[in-house]
Design a protein around this ligand. Sequence first.
Ligand SMILES: CC(C)(COP(=O)(O)OP(=O)(O)OC[C@H]1O[C@@H](n2cnc3c(N)ncnc32)[C@H](O)[C@@H]1OP(=O)(O)O)[C@@H](O)C(=O)NCCC(=O)NCCS
Length: 170
Amino acid sequence: MPNGITIRHAKPADVESFRALRLEALKNHPDAFGQAYADAAAKENEYWLNRLNINEVEDALFFAEKDSQLIGMTGIHRSMAVKAKHAAMIWGVYVKPEWRGNHISESLIQSCVEWAKTQGVVIVKLAVVTGNLSALRCYEKCGFKTYGTEPKAIFYDDVYYDEYLMALNT
Ligand SMILES: CC(C)(COP(=O)(O)OP(=O)(O)OC[C@H]1O[C@@H](n2cnc3c(N)ncnc32)[C@H](O)[C@@H]1OP(=O)(O)O)[C@@H](O)C(=O)NCCC(=O)NCCS
């Protein structure tokens, strides 16, 4: 990664920057994410504070930061159900366009995987639209393997998008 970029946990003071970054991702890449931009944009401040996920037991959220600006993000969530808490799901992988190609998303995902290990999580999963080659390449480099395909996972602008389901044993 270029000098001066740090990967760090989210904190409550990030709420405005987090909202802006997530809405930018949803607006500019509607075929890459399950959440609709309009739904997210209509949410109140409390929703964004909750999504910062700072309890660090069920969830973690990591940001890439440069000169006090958020330039990337990735979240991870696990259920606390007794039969499911061994697994976690990565969500919201995003790097601002001007910072792409620097392996920042790789570092964000590695931070999530490290966090998962500290929580006793043994498998980390994610889903990626089949045509999203840069994301797919990044996940493969992080060690994720495709174990299936979910047909018509996303419907946007009259088009259905399939997703590869990927997993990494920690
Ligand atoms: C997918 C995404 C997170 C990748 O972030 P990134 O930090 O640029 O990823 P990397 O730097 O690790 O690049 C991954 C691969 O994609 C390629 N790539 C992606 N964007 C690139 C760019 N702008 N310039 C050059 N190469 C690029 C690289 O070739 C790299 O593979 P390589 O190391 O073998 O050369 C980013 O492109 C993004 O935010 N996309 C929009 C949202 C999205 O699709 N999120 C994923 C949802 S599942």
